[in-house]
Design a protein around this ligand. Sequence first.
Ligand SMILES: [Zn+2]
Ligand SMILES: [Zn+2]
Length: 75
Amino acid sequence: MPCKGICARHKALKPKSGQRYIIGQKRCQVCQIFIKWEGLWCPCCGYRLRTRPRSRKYKIQFNEKVIKNLLTNVR
Ligand SMILES: [Zn+2]
Ligand SMILES: [Zn+2]
């Protein structure tokens, strides 16, 4: 199913950190948009949403951030 424009209503703002996935935003590859949505599937086109960074570089950053957060919480 193609984009029907519903995703625009759930559009997520770009965070200052630029790390969208860390704060729970998801990417629809069909609509080419980041949305704030609880489900795994796009409410607009029905395609599976991406919840993790694609590139290795971002994956490492993602993990480092999570670990850093854990350490900060312990201290
Ligand atoms: Zn859409
Ligand atoms: Zn979509």
